[in-house]
Write a protein that binds this ligand. Structure first.
Ligand code: FUL
Length: 692
């Protein structure tokens, strides 16, 4: 009886004390702040990109601008399928390439004939943008649009008339299809193109040509709710790579004034600027397969589960939104392999965050602002995004301790700052109390809207977050912890020039198993112990197994083409080029350099049936922009199979897979590197291969 009475009295006293407390003013905002629109945008976190245009039908990444609208003819286009997949994956919207660099419009723009209106699809009566807007509405998703400023089709590109055309198109897109949550302006601008038949190079100054301020003013007039991403004085920034990751230090601020004067290099986008004068948060864009557009040759190159899970943690887990591209195929549908991988990823993420552990803990802090319950530590675990814990203004450090009743296994910590008042935390660490001793489990830098830490699993009776440096008193909205199931990454399968196959586990303590007959590997398949030879073409499937916990990775499947063991590479080009076999050693970590213009000749030492070729540049070396490719049966008479450009190779240096118009028999292949992407004198070749 005594207990309830005491409890009641305690409550009364607390109410009186709190009631009598002078209201403690919240901290003053510090530095640049997000607008209401940006705050809403942060909360979207995850949405889909859809790349779709005539490129889908020409198998290219960048169209030249001379593609006929006749090419655009999806057989089963269904935007509801795209929306269903995005919704099931927990995404909040879809951004569609309404017009890519080739200038073809997926809506019947009244300012050009170069659109769906002149395609066979739906007899020219279709409108992909409208169909997607409808599907998004039906599935409760937001619609975003990509309108490429660069237009390789338009005759006036580079002149004032085109800027008027561009703005007219923007108006069409922003006023005819309902709300557009994000307008995407790609940074690739100016270069060679069709330009109405001129077939020339038109360079422009991106910062001046479009008169961005006027363009942005118009956008906000037509559609104030739209957030503009990309070039110009945008409200969100590119993350600086097309691999979908932010740096672990990631400020939402940017020195945009300097950027607009051309003084900021895009690699700085990965971290933003602590001293940036404007809130311009990062959005990480990446495709689920190597290319942005659909290519059937990439059906088996969808990013591995380990990769996409990593992308999630390195974008959303590092204070950036994630824009994941699901290219639509020639049917007009997201391919099964991409859907399956996305759903596997979502399953992993869901199970990682299934049970939150801190909400039942006892939370203690070394300081509460003005000792006021408004800013109490419980706000960190109350699930309410409007409440926060903060300290007195004089403090830039603080400790928060969560105590459990009994030890808990923990390997994920999620933190959120209350960004309405600015991004503040510069440095923090996490400690765990294990067997009576505090262990530091991670040292970190920024938090921002959201930060998720993957740590080794600890069995802790308490966790302590120490904020060791901040720009102003720290203000945190949420802290959570989880015990994610052990994730076993699939192994790496490699074959060297001599046909020896090596299978590598990411974690050396894991066991490896494989099959060569196409069947699904299990722990009963062939155990891998040492490299083995595979000289013919064929399929290898392998798994890693964490034997301690009895967990297998998803199988990794690779298709190996003809082994290159008897291939020979030579060059007739200028410049000293040694170790040419490094271009055909099936090892992407080795490379050769070739003077530009220059050529590499490969002798297969046998006549092969060849469907196409592949070129992989190195990450850091020069990259071939324009090329010619010849084949020959005798090394004397050469037939030109292809010529063109490796589009977007600068920012997305992936393997370039080029299919010939028709399969051919050849013993020799000659790649002529005509130009380097930035005009350098040398190009790198990490690997040349053939498609059979
Ligand atoms: C790049 C473009 O050039 C690519 O084609 C793609 O659209 C990607 C998202 O942005 O800069």
């Amino acid at each position: 009886m005594l207990k309830p009475i005491l409890k009641f009295l305690g409550l009364v006293i607390t109410v009186i004390i709190v009631g009598c407390q002078p209201t403690v003013a919240p901290p003053k905002p510090h530095g640049p702040l997000p607008s209401a629109k940006q705050l809403e945008w942060h909360e979207l976190e995850f949405y889909a990109f859809v790349h779709f245009t005539t490129n889908t039908f020409t198998d290219r990444e960048w169209g030249f601008g001379d593609e006929s609208p006749e090419l655009f003819n999806p057989t089963e286009l269904d935007t509801r399928q795209w929306a269903r997949i995005a919704k099931e994956a927990g995404m909040k919207g879809i951004i569609l390439t309404a017009k890519h660099h080739d200038g073809f419009c997926l809506w019947p723009s009244k300012y050009t004939d170069h659109s769906v209106e002149n395609s066979p699809w739906k007899d020219g009566k279709g409108d992909v943008v409208q169909e997607l807007a409808d599907a998004c509405r039906e599935y409760g998703l937001k619609l975003g649009l990509y309108l490429s400023p660069w237009d390789r089709n338009h005759p006036e590109y580079g002149r004032e008339e085109y800027v008027i055309y561009f703005r007219n198109q923007l108006k069409e897109l922003l006023t005819n299809y309902g709300d557009v949550f994000e307008m995407w302006f790609d940074g690739a601008n100016g270069g060679d193109g069709y330009y109405g038949g001129a077939n020339e190079t038109r360079k422009i100054n991106t910062l001046e040509y479009y008169d961005w301020q006027t363009t942005y003013d118009s956008i906000y007039k037509w559609s104030p709710k739209t957030l503009v991403w990309g070039i110009g004085p945008s409200e969100a920034r590119w993350i600086g790579n097309e691999e979908g990751y932010a740096n672990s230090t990631n400020w939402s601020m940017l020195k945009q004034e300097e950027l607009l004067k051309g003084n900021v290099h895009y690699t700085e986008f990965m971290s933003g600027h602590e001293d940036g004068e404007r809130w311009v948060p990062g959005e990480a864009d990446v495709s689920i397969r190597p290319g942005w557009f659909y290519h059937a040759t990439q059906d088996n190159h969808v990013r591995s589960l380990g990769e996409v899970v990593d992308i999630y943690y390195k974008s959303i887990g590092r204070n950036a939104n994630l824009l994941l591209n699901l290219p639509v195929d020639r049917r007009g549908l997201v391919h099964d392999n991409d859907e399956a991988r996305l759903m596997e990823m979502v399953e992993v993420i869901k199970s990682d965050f299934e049970k939150e552990l801190l909400k039942d803990s006892k939370v203690m802090v070394d300081n509460i602002r003005g000792n006021s319950s408004i800013y109490s530590a419980e706000n960190l675990i109350d699930g309410d995004k409007e409440t926060y814990w903060t300290t007195d203004d004089s403090l830039k450090t603080a400790s928060i301790t969560f105590k459990f009743d009994e030890p808990r296994a923990v390997n994920r910590v999620l933190l959120q700052e209350y960004i309405k008042l600015g991004q503040r935390v510069r440095e923090f660490n996490v400690e765990a109390l294990v067997n009576g001793r505090w262990e530091t489990i991670t040292n970190e830098t920024t938090i921002g809207y959201k930060r998720i830490l993957r740590t080794t699993r600890v069995n802790a009776i308490a966790l302590r977050i120490n904020i060791t440096d901040a720009r102003a008193c720290p203000i945190l909205q949420t802290i959570q912890a989880f015990n994610a199931p052990t994730f076993v990454h699939g192994p790496k399968i490699l074959r060297d020039k001599n046909g020896m196959v090596t299978i590598e586990a990411l974690n050396p303590s894991e066991q490896l198993y494989y099959t060569l007959d196409g069947s699904e590997p299990t722990e009963n398949s062939i155990p891998y112990t040492e490299p083995f030879p595979v000289n013919k073409s064929g399929s290898i499937k392998a798994i890693s197994r964490n034997t301690k916990e009895g967990i297998n990775s998803k199988p990794v499947h690779i298709w190996l083409g003809t082994s290159k063991h008897s291939w020979i590479a030579t060059t007739t080009g200028k410049g000293k080029t040694t170790n040419l076999e490094k271009s055909i050693d099936d090892d992407l970590s080795t490379e050769i350099e070739l003077a530009v213009p220059g050529q590499l000749v490969i002798d297969f030492n046998e006549v092969l049936e060849v469907d196409g070729f592949t070129y992989m540049p190195s990450n850091s070396g020069g990259k071939i922009r324009t090329y010619q490719l010849f084949t020959s049966l005798d090394g004397l008479v050469w037939t030109e199979q292809m010529k063109g450009e490796f589009s977007n190779i600068k920012h997305n240096p992936i393997v370039q897979e080029q299919l010939f118009k028709a399969a051919t028999t050849a013993r020799y292949l000659k790649l002529v590197a005509k130009e380097e992407v930035e005009g350098k004198r040398k190009v790198s070749i990490a690997e040349i291969g053939i498609i059979e």
